[in-house]
Write a protein that binds this ligand. Sequence first.
Ligand code: SF4
Ligand code: SF4
Length: 435
Amino acid sequence: MLLSHYLKIYPCEDKPDHFLVFSTKNASKILINKETFQAVEKGTISPADEEILSRLGMIVQDRKAEKQAVLCFFDKINSNNPVLHVFVVLNLDCNFSCRYCYEGDMKGKLYMSDSTAEGLIDFIKDRFTQDKTSLLIDFYGGEPLLSFGLIKSISHDLRSFTESRGASFSSTLVTNGSLFKRKIAEDLVSLGLESVKITLDGPAEIHNMCRPFKSGAGSFDAIINNIKETCDLVKIGIGGNYEKDNHKKFPLLLDYLLEKSLTPDKLFRVKFDPVIRQPETSRYRSGYMGGCLSVNEPWIAEAEAMLREEILRRGYNTLNMAPASCMLEIKDDYVVNFDGMIYKCPGFIGKTDFIAGDIKTGIKDYTDSYKLGIWKNEECADCEYLPLCFGGCRYMTFVRDGNIDKLDCKKSYFEVSLETLVKQDIKYRLKADRH
Ligand code: SF4
Ligand code: SF4
């Protein structure tokens, strides 16, 4: 057996005679002593160790076959995907006036009409072929709860449809949280709502500056009250968008959540991300010029590691390191805009060059417009980070370059960050990893 191509091997400060080995392909990790590691290299590994390392994807029979399998990662998913996943943008209206809103100039009283919703339902039924067993709808906006009636009617119709096929239906909601009252949560949970993502941009003083109501009033207290009212009904994940000059204050939000009894058992996940700056070349930009243009910006590695540590240290759950699965590459993942136009990533809605079809005429060939498989080149094929990256995020490339002709290479980010992130998981999640 040979060492996998997709390994990162780090020193282990607590146990100098051990290595920390992380598989980027399986997101598995193990502390392994130097003798065992040398035995793998010499081919003298014991059968018991061989079984463990093989199960973790750290040793393989054939490295060429392993690389080929990684290159076919999405082909495998697409050849046998039981899930149809549709991201529905119900409107581009909002009761907030966030200073960095990526919908920028596109925003307005633009709502999905009843007839478009009917077309959407037909489109989904049509794509829900006999091999599908699960339908997942993400309701998105603007502010999706401004289209509450439509969420109910779409959920009702699609749930009956999937049930009649013996399949499952579930939905999620990406909301600013200000309208998510208990009665609304009860109604939506009874219609298949499984989780909600609510954004809090740090403690009250920062959040209220970044995400005020349209009137200019702060929204923080209203959101916290709603989370408290609903967190026993549905899984609530907290997101947050930080910037270079405010990220250090985000731990204060975590302390506040604890103080308000929004403890780790009540929140399903906490994850903070940098604000992405709008492309200067974009016709659609919001005019806000804060945020970052790439995860390779050095301050992001430091900010991400610090915030992730603070989240884990307080016992909250956050995202694991896992193989990247950008929805662009997944055939049965779509974004449907309020007007019925189809895209492959929510970042590109309203950008006409990235229309991938519409609900009436169906999907057109978007291989070139979205540069599918752009990562199938020699450098990426050789890169041990490929399973975590697959060429990075096309939207980030668009933000940076105004087009997606190049890769969003994250190598320098991984070089700086991955060891810290893996060690955080060892420190805080060893118990979870054993399951
Ligand atoms: S391009 Fe980026 S933002 Fe869009 S789906 Fe892929 S990873 Fe997500
Ligand atoms: S884009 Fe960069 S980090 Fe990503 S797989 Fe290619 S070479 Fe590796």
